[in-house]
Structures are given as structure tokens and as C-alpha cells.
Design a protein around this ligand. Structure first.
Ligand code: UD1
Length: 316
């Protein structure tokens, strides 16, 4: 097997990818993380089996050094929030665009074969048709969505101009164990799960009928691993990384109340600026060209995630 590098490897998705690579027998897995939003504890179980580099992707020289001998890079490092990109557009731009540019330069200069990029379904914006297919026009509604789309363009240009193989995977609301619930910018399901375990009232922005294609983290890992192995004909392309379903915020909160056997009506607030109303992936191209179909239903993933949060609390 090849030598791998995961940027953002101490984060929620990146650390799951690191564990997935090791489970598949990867001979070498290196991790780059600035620990801005990631945590070394996410890698506790595997720290003896990886090379950890505390490096910010905006630092070209340091990043370039971590890529010696690397075949495939998974680029997960980002400041990953729509509202944060509106509240703090400068760092968001700097990490998500300038950092991604550095990453591509360093990968090319180091002789990396392929870069797999964590793109975002937010690039679609409010398209009138669901599910969202890769051939649809994009319409970003927030700085974050625009930054992630710029990253896709850079990926395909590095493939066509510089011969670096690239694949962009548009993530659809990834959730699962280790998602950090402690920030106002955290993913909604991590906030809902913390609230239900504390028996607290959650806030739903909007009327609760906003919908998302919540995708279990292990399915995103599976798709990334396939993208690393896929033939060179996938290079330069963009694929949806979603489950294919569509769940409203009201449905998600209802299910958590059912699991826990409690009744806690949510508070409704104004919709968040930059939010997309509905999101759902067409998974056809990813299944056909990358060969991974989603394995974990929303309900099974939510139950597993709830159990994980409960067990980590019991240990603390
Ligand atoms: C998420 C990801 C983003 C990814 C995108 C892909 C996070 C933090 N963001 O964005 O990186 O590229 O999916 O599809 O994982 N909400 C509430 N109450 C809360 C928090 C949020 O109602 O306490 C609502 C939001 O207003 C939004 C929905 O839940 O309507 C989802 O929000 P969020 O989890 O932040 O994800 P996205 O913005 O969809």
C-alpha cells in the first residue's frame, strides 16, 4: 500500500480517515494538523502508528517537508463552518483558500501522485431541484461555500496544468463519533446530541423544516479510500459524498427524543444567514466511478453516535 498524509488528521473526519487507513493496512500514515480545531486526543488510539506534524497548512516550507515520500494526500484541513466564515471571513479565507493553494503547490513539488480534497455540498446553494447532481450549476451562498468551490477549481486546474491527480469529494453534513460539540459553530447533530444528553432545549434556526443529507462519517471514510484507489480517469473530477437521504431538523430532534424517551420542545430562532434550505445528494456518479455506496442509514448512524457521546461522558 501507498504512503499517506492526512491534513486536518486530528479533526473529526481526518482522524476517522487515519483510523480507516491503518485498519486497511497502510504502511505509513502521516498527519498534519495545526490543532486550531482538531485535538490530539482524537488520535490517542493510533499515536504509535502515525507521524504527527503540528503544522499549519499556510506554512509552505513546513508543509512541503511533511510530504517527502508521500503518494496520496487527503486534504481535510479547513475552517469548516458557514456562520464562522461570515463572522470571521479573513481566517476562513486564509486557511480554506491560501492553505489549499499551498497544499497543492507542496504536493506537486514533493512528487505526490494524488490529492483527495474535502469539498462541500454547500457549493450547490439553493438549487430548485433535488437531489443535487454534480452536473448542476453551483451557486455558493456564503464565503465558506465560495472558498470550498474555489478549492475544487484549484484541484481540477492542478490536474490539468501540473499533472497532479486530484479528486474532489463534496461532503454532505458529515456526522458521527468525535465531532466536536463545544463551539457555537459545531455541526448541528453534535449540538443536538449534547443537548439531549444534558436534557437541555436546543435552538433550531428557522422553522425546523430545513433539510440535510446527514452522512455517517464511516461512509465518507469508505468513499475516500475508494477515491485513493480509483483509476487515473477520475482525476480532476468532483463527486458527491452523501448518503442520498434527506432529514429535516425537526425529524432529527424528534428521533433523538424518541431514542432517549424524553419530550423537550425546541426553541425556534431566525434562520441563519448563508444557510441553504434543502440538501440531498445524488450518489449515482460516486457509486459508479468510485465504487462505494452508503452503508449506514441515518437512524443507525445517529444511534451509534449518541451511544458514543454517552460512553465518553460516562468515562470522563
Ligand atoms: C455543514 C458543515 C460544512 C459542510 C456542509 C456540507 C459543519 C459545522 N458544517 O454545513 O462544513 O461543508 O455541511 O453540506 O459540520 N442549526 C440549528 N441549530 C444549531 C446549529 C445549526 O438549527 O444549533 C441549523 C443550521 O442553521 C443549518 C443546519 O442546522 O440550517 C445545519 O447546520 P450545520 O450543522 O452548521 O451544517 P451546514 O451549515 O449545513
Amino acid at each position: 500500500m501507498s504512503n499517506f498524509l492526512v491534513t486536518g488528521g486530528a479533526g473529526f473526519i481526518g482522524s476517522a480517515l487515519v483510523r480507516g487507513l491503518l485498519a486497511k493496512g497502510a504502511s505509513r500514515v502521516a498527519v498534519v494538523d495545526s490543532l486550531l480545531t482538531g485535538y490530539e486526543r482524537n488520535l490517542d488510539e493510533v499515536c504509535g502508528a502515525i507521524d504527527f506534524h503540528r503544522v499549519d497548512i499556510r506554512d509552505y516550507d513546513a508543509l512541503r517537508k511533511t510530504m517527502a515520500g508521500i503518494d496520496v494526500v487527503f486534504h481535510e484541513a479547513a475552517i469548516p463552518s458557514v456562520p464562522r466564515s461570515i463572522a470571521e471571513p479573513v481566517p476562513s479565507h486564509d486557511v480554506n483558500i491560501n492553505g489549499t493553494f499551498n497544499l497543492l503547490r507542496a504536493a506537486k513539488d514533493a512528487g505526490v501522485r494524488r490529492v483527495i480534497y474535502a469539498a462541500s455540498s454547500s457549493a450547490y446553494g439553493d438549487t430548485p431541484v433535488l437531489p443535487k447532481v454534480e452536473t448542476m450549476a453551483t451557486a455558493p451562498k456564503s464565503p465558506y461555500a465560495a472558498q470550498k468551490l474555489m478549492g475544487e477549481y484549484y484541484m481540477s486546474v492542478w490536474a490539468s496544468c501540473f499533472g497532479l491527480e486530484t479528486v474532489s469529494l463534496r461532503y454532505f453534513n458529515v456526522f458521527g463519533p468525535r465531532q466536536d460539540p463545544t463551539s457555537q459553530y459545531s455541526g448541528v447533530l453534535s449540538l443536538f446530541i449534547s443537548a439531549i444528553l444534558d436534557r437541555r432545549t436546543p435552538t433550531i434556526f428557522g422553522d425546523g423544516e430545513t433539510s440535510r443529507d446527514f452522512t455517517y462519517v464511516e461512509d465518507v471514510v469508505g468513499l475516500n479510500l475508494r477515491a485513493a484507489e480509483a483509476p487515473a480517469s477520475v482525476s480532476g473530477k468532483v463527486f458527491n459524498a452523501g448518503n442520498g437521504g434527506r432529514i429535516t431538523l425537526n425529524q432529527a430532534w424528534d428521533l433523538l427524543q424518541k431514542f432517549e424517551g424524553v419530550a423537550i420542545p425546541p426553541i425556534y430562532g431566525p434562520p441563519r444567514p448563508g444557510d441553504v434550505r434543502d440538501s440531498q445528494a445524488d450518489t449515482t456518479a460516486a457509486v459508479r466511478e468510485l465504487g462505494h455506496s452508503p452503508q449506514v442509514s441515518f437512524e443507525a448512524g445517529l444511534r451509534a453516535t449518541l451511544d458514543w457521546y454517552r460512553s465518553t461522558r460516562n468515562r470522563a
